[in-house]
Design a protein around this ligand. Structure first.
Ligand code: NAD
Length: 308
């Protein structure tokens, strides 16, 4: 094909993709085509609490066979019990695994394959935060944040993506954060880990597209502050303008996003406007706006999740 023909074909494609994106943004989810994941094996990390637990319940409701990974055995078993109560007959497996330990992740992945077989959906959700200034954070804690929040994604994806590519069916969901798109003082390690998770998801999507495996999808999720307890003490200066997100709402949106093969989800939607501003404003102007918004001091009263 000549270059001119290529450009014309590209223009058609771009227009078509824009129309699809607009349709997805404006048409209520109930009118959109959703994939059927009945019988799929779905693995959720960090399933013992918060968003991971809520996602597990929703996956069982969709008819998935659910694999729960968490370092907290008791909390993970509680999630499994909830699934069995809410969805009698649900198939659920629990594994205690410390995601900061690569060899444990690989060994548990192998165990899952031996026990259950293929995994169709991986939701890399587990996350931790130190919540201290960069210079006051212990090296070990910085390393651990990177290991749990992003390096574990390398190990889980390397374990389960090859099977998905072979079958041309699967979905990798990366639960990152709005802190993976914009820096926040007082959570440097967390931001770096989430920027990395967003980068990994971006590259994965492109590598899969390069292989033309159209049945394997990726979704990266970037929520703002969610009321799960993980960010206890985080304070907005204008809480009426930036309301905290409710966990069930976030879990519902994540499920909708992967059922409709949405590659990226930012919550709340107003965050897309901030992203555009960040892209077009001079850094100094954006920093001045951030300072005014109170983000410089938002972490001053941070206490984080208190162990139950
Ligand atoms: N809560 C928020 O405001 C918020 C905002 C944006 C993004 N997120 C992201 O959403 C995800 C879920 O957050 P949440 O609020 O539900 O957190 P949460 O603290 O309620 O749950 C995290 C789960 O991860 C597990 N976990 C922690 N370290 C682990 C390890 N080493 N190995 C295995 N499991 C481990 C914990 O036991 C817990 O069950 C995280 O990735 C978080 O960074 C949260």
């Amino acid at each position: 094909m000549g270059l001119l023909a290529e450009v014309v074909a590209l223009l058609w494609r771009v227009v078509w993709l824009w129309l699809v994106a607009i349709y997805r943004a404006v048409v209520p989810i109930s009118f959109q085509r959703r994939k059927d994941v009945t019988g799929w094996v779905a693995l959720v990390t960090g399933s013992g609490s918060g968003i991971g637990r809520l996602l597990a319940v929703r996956l069982a409701r969709l008819g998935c066979r659910v694999v729960l990974w968490d370092v907290n055995q008791q909390a993970n078993e509680e999630t499994a019990d909830m699934l069995r109560v809410h969805h009698p007959g649900a198939q659920v497996w629990t594994y205690t695994v410390d995601l900061s330990r690569r060899e444990q992740v690989y060994a548990t992945a192998k165990q899952v394959k031996d026990d259950i077989g293929v995994v169709d959906i991986v939701i890399n959700n587990a996350g931790i935060i130190a919540g201290t200034d960069f210079l006051n954070t212990a090296d070990e804690l910085s390393l651990k944040t990177m290991q749990v929040n992003v390096m574990s994604h390398f190990w889980t994806v390397r374990s389960f993506l090859p099977g998905m590519l072979q079958r041309d069916q699967g979905h990798i969901v990366t639960v990152a954060s709005s802190a993976g798109l914009m820096g926040v003082p007082g959570m440097t390690d967390y931001c770096v880990s989430k920027f990395s998770a967003v980068g990994l998801a971006d590259c994965l999507r492109l590598e899969i597209a390069k292989q033309k495996k159209f049945g394997v999808k990726t979704t990266v999720v970037c929520p703002g502050f969610i009321d799960t307890g993980m960010f206890q003490g985080f304070k907005y200066r204008f809480p009426k303008l930036m309301k905290d997100l409710k966990p069930p709402y976030v879990a519902d949106k994540i499920v909708e996003a992967f059922l409709t093969d949405q590659p990226m989800l930012c919550l709340p939607r107003s965050f897309y406007v901030l992203l555009i501003l960040k892209g077009i404003l001079p850094v100094s102007v954006f920093d001045a706006l951030s300072d005014f918004s109170g983000i410089f001091n938002a972490m001053d009263g941070f206490v984080g999740r208190k162990e139950d």
